[in-house]
Design a protein around this ligand. Structure first.
Ligand code: TRP
Length: 333
């Protein structure tokens, strides 16, 4: 069976963009793949994290995965730092990847900003750790968004170079990107050209997975729109980024196409549409939120799921990392 690996960083609250763009689609992958879903706490600390908040966020992200419907018994939900193989393989990959490769990573440039001299070495080596995450389990498929494609390319290059350098053709597979047709790119509610993001200073720009019904309704009511009525077809959304975003969210939450969503509201004003969207969002997210709240209120149960996930992840990783060490020529313990 094909094996999936994917990761989410525990940095701040999960929002609707994370849910519709990632977690919700992972739920669907469980039928066809063996899945490992990882809370990548080691990636998180490439930028400063308050230790207490990091712990809380790790539990919250795990709780969100469970609440959204990922079966932690059939599949594996765990946090990265509980499996030492990630760090071990990342170090080896630090010695396989070339400086020139990492210099081309656009995310580093974005995240480091102007003051790249002051960025952590970890932020620079971030893609090598991500390659290790995937290849530690010889995962065959990785669901990724547009922004992570370059990192996955790098993981493929690292796999190929390792195999080639050590003369072990086919040892690491070439992990394939899984571009999900059902994944929705959710934009800020205040600016349809910007991705919904946990780092946006405006709370009104995003719907958090922990927002209650009133907050969700208020944020949708206050979302930016234009003054035209809604169009008949998606073609009428061109140049109307905010309208397109809201209809896209409606379509995703109601499991229909953008075409159907347009047809349903054609000619209506945003007042009516927003009311429908708010009701739908509350109906769809409410049950997930209450389950999340229940789980977060019982941290011991979340920790237990993560511990059990890590134990099973270690069992998969150990023979692979042992073989890697032998290939590299490390003396056995
Ligand atoms: N870099 C990914 C992100 O920020 C998270 C991530 C870490 C990941 N390791 C991964 C995603 C392995 C897929 C596979 O979204």
């Amino acid at each position: 069976m094909a094996r999936i690996f994917s990761g989410v960083q525990p940095t701040g609250n999960l929002h609707l963009g994370n849910y519709l763009g990632a977690v919700r689609n992972w739920v669907k992958l469980q039928q066809e793949y063996e899945c490992l879903f990882c809370v990548v706490d080691m990636h998180a600390i490439t930028m400063w994290q308050d230790p207490h908040e990091l712990t809380q966020s790790t539990r919250e992200v795990a709780a969100a995965m469970m609440a959204a419907g990922i079966d932690a018994k059939k599949h594996i939900i765990f946090n990265q730092s509980q499996v030492p193989g990630h760090a071990e393989l990342a170090w080896i990959f630090n010695c396989v990847a070339r400086l020139g490769w990492l210099n081309r990573m656009t995310q580093f440039k974005d995240k480091a900003g102007k003051n790249s001299e002051n960025a952590s070495v970890g932020l620079y080596a971030y893609p090598n750790l991500m390659a290790a995450d995937i290849l530690l389990y010889k995962a065959t498929h990785v669901p990724v968004g547009e922004d992570q494609k370059q990192h996955l390319e790098l993981a493929r290059d690292i796999a190929a170079k390792f195999n080639n350098d050590f003369g072990v053709e086919g040892f690491f597979p070439q992990p394939e990107p899984l571009i999900l047709g059902t994944a929705t790119r959710v934009m800020s509610l205040k600016d349809g050209m910007k991705k919904m993001s946990k780092s946006d200073p405006s709370e009104l720009s995003r719907i958090n997975m922990t927002d209650d019904a009133d907050t969700i309704a208020k944020k949708i009511r206050k979302a930016k729109t234009d003054t035209d009525p809604l169009p008949q077809t998606p073609a009428g959304l061109e140049g109307r980024a905010e309208a397109k975003n809201l209809l896209g969210i409606y379509a995703a939450l109601s499991d229909t196409s953008l075409e159907d969503a347009c047809a349903k509201f054609a000619g209506e004003g945003f007042g009516t549409f927003k009311q429908h969207l708010a009701d739908l969002a509350v109906a769809k997210l409410g049950p997930i939120q209450s389950e999340m709240r229940r789980l977060v209120a019982d941290p011991a149960s979340v920790d237990q799921v993560l511990r059990s996930g890590a134990e099973r992840a270690r069992a998969l990783a150990e023979p692979i990392i042992a073989e890697v060490k032998e290939i590299v020529g490390f003396l056995k313990p």
